[in-house]
Design a protein around this ligand. Structure first.
Ligand SMILES: O=C(O)COP(=O)(O)O
Ligand SMILES: [Mg+2]
Length: 233
């Protein structure tokens, strides 16, 4: 009989593990400079993240006078170029994230499923000194589909050596919850992230407001794979 893999905990990146809004806002404002538009504030950009760079820029242009497909085609490389050169200037892990990842390192296979381009996700994770923590990092361009397609999530988990039937996904937005629901993977919402709709509208197995709540939430979300002590069964 093949050995049962350790439980998987897969994480979204922007807004879930890391508050990347300051650097995403700076990249957005580089695009707005390019088009002679006024800047947007970091807090507004928090509402524009989760569906990939193009959708983020689309929302920024809409807020500052409107956009077109041609402007998006022109704006995306400006955004990505600025962001790649300033990937971790103001981005910071949310409080308690590193302790939570440390506590899970022995017991679970950790991975990242993000709608950021994979190279940028890896660069950010590298800049934070986190590369050894994750057995797989899949971005928006890693497959021919991205979240909310469930395959993005299941292939991340499989790529980390895990089993999607013994997995939990932790994210901050509606695309994360939809991907998890379609993959039949319990979803834990990190509520302080870049939530794009009322939390009550999402399909969640648990909701956390701080990362020291993650361990008990894993048990609530997937009791069959985590014992009451929080250790995997
Ligand atoms: O870049 C984005 O729009 C979203 O990234 P996320 O999937 O890590 O939240
Ligand atoms: Mg997110």
């Amino acid at each position: 009989m093949p050995e049962t893999p350790r439980p998987s905990v897969c994480f979204d990146l922007d807004g879930t593990l890391v508050d990347t809004a300051p650097d995403l806002a700076a990249a957005m404002n580089a695009v707005l400079d390019h088009f002679g538009r006024p800047h947007v504030e970091t807090d507004r950009v928090r509402d524009m993240v989760g569906h990939g760079a193009r959708r983020t820029i689309e929302k920024g242009l809409a807020l500052t006078g409107g956009g077109s497909e041609r402007m998006l085609d022109e704006g995306v490389p400006v955004f990505l170029d600025h962001y790649a050169r300033n990937i971790c200037v103001g981005s910071r892990p949310w409080p308690g994230v590193e302790a939570a990842l440390d506590a899970l390192a022995e017991d679970a296979l950790l991975s990242v499923c993000t709608n950021k381009p994979a190279a940028l996700a890896r660069d950010l994770i590298q800049a934070l000194g986190w590369a050894p923590r994750f057995a797989a990092i899949l971005g928006a361009d890693s497959l021919d589909v991205k979240k909310p397609d469930p395959r993005h999530l299941t292939e991340t988990i499989v790529g980390a050596g895990g089993d999607p039937r013994r997995a939990v996904y932790v994210g901050d937005s509606s695309v994360d919850s939809r991907a998890a629901a379609a993959a039949r993977i319990p979803f834990i919402l990190f509520r302080p992230g870049y939530l794009d709709c009322p939390a009550e509208e999402l399909e969640t197995a648990a909701v956390i407001d701080r990362f020291d709540e993650l361990r008990p939430a894993l048990h609530v979300a997937a009791p069959s794979i985590w014992s009451t002590s929080g250790a995997p069964t």
